[in-house]
Design a protein around this ligand. Sequence first.
Ligand code: ZN
Length: 454
Amino acid sequence: MSALTPRSLVLSGARIVTMDRKRRVVEGDVVVEDGEIKSVGGEPAPSAARGRRTGADKVVDCAGLVIIPGLIQAHIHLCQTLFRGFADDLPLETWLAKRIWPLEAAHTEESVYWSAMLGAAELLLGGTTAILDMETVRHTGAAFEALEAIGLRATAGKCLMDAPSAPKGLKEPTERALQEATDLCAKWHGAAHGRLRWCYAPRFVPSCTGPLLRAVSDLAERAGATIHTHAAETPVELQMVSEETGHDEISYLDSVGISGPRAALAHCVWVDAEGIRRLARQQTNVVHCPSSNLKLGSGIAAIPEMIAAGCKVAIGADGAPCNNRLDAFEEMRLAALIQKPRLGPDALPAARVLELATLGGARALGLDAEIGSIEPGKKADLVVLDLSGPHVVPEEADVVSRLVYGARASDVRHVIVDGRIVVRDGELKTGKVSEIRAEANRHSRLLRKKAGLT
Ligand SMILES: [Zn+2]
């Protein structure tokens, strides 16, 4: 036990946005024991009542503050954080071929580590407590080491690319790619007391062979792991998949077993009505990345239509070079706003958007029984916000509206992951930001040089 990892912790006197089944907002304490939520708002769970309030190892006064479930981003590339600002204002295909792939191919173990530290520091300081991450082809173990140290909850996977058309510096033979993925799964799936999990992460259909995708489906099933990929991001990609396979992308992915609750498909911008019905029927997770889709000019995903059809939807910032922030508050606000010119101001209201960033993300990570809401029995992944800044006043306004339309990452005061205080008073406690900044700058310079971008 340490001051930042107390066995029992009370966050006292806050306004708590629970995201429970009734979407209750209550006043009171959140009591945490051994990393698990024991009671919320002074209403202990039947099995957890005895003697909790007195004698807690640590009490954090949260009077006047708002507690929300830790935000969850279900599509992130930590390995790209060092490329932030190096690939602006380009269409996806050029963005990938001329910048991202050469930079990913240049990565070393050390640069992957510091890229993950930089991204994770930004995420934690901005109230994101869990992510679904796609790393690059090599050195994924270094990203897990960073995640283990910094305390973010993450499901991460090595990127898989084996198709003849995959980029030279990253393409791997199918068997070798799958063998390394399976070895990493054995090492990291369930590590850090379950905080770290493995996902199989084929990059996207055009860079993966059918046999690889089918094998991924089987391996993920066997390991109880998530499958994390991109789908239907641009019309060019759709065309490539249709020429290659004779299918539209969503039905092709389904035919190779990349569908259902185990799968999370980032983007899904170009999906027709039949595709939406298929995604809903299979309960495949769609990960909406509004900033990335806008910045790369990919389009606007039909999220309200998907939700109406029964699709499961989460949100994510994608990688730093196509955003350029990893800010869940920005993604929530944009997710709500970008639908309104098309469908009217009542499209995707604030309450629905907050669901995407909490419960939807938990489902995409396959962790809906453990995170996504503040309820007894769930993991203590909590964000404490100070909503007293002029941009979120008056306080009489609906708290969910203030969170989605007004709040910023800089309003985050404390962050708890798995019962551990990782951000206290706006300061990262699990890494030195000055060191992360210096190493990130150093390694990004080296990567640019190695990739021939200077
Ligand atoms: Zn992506």
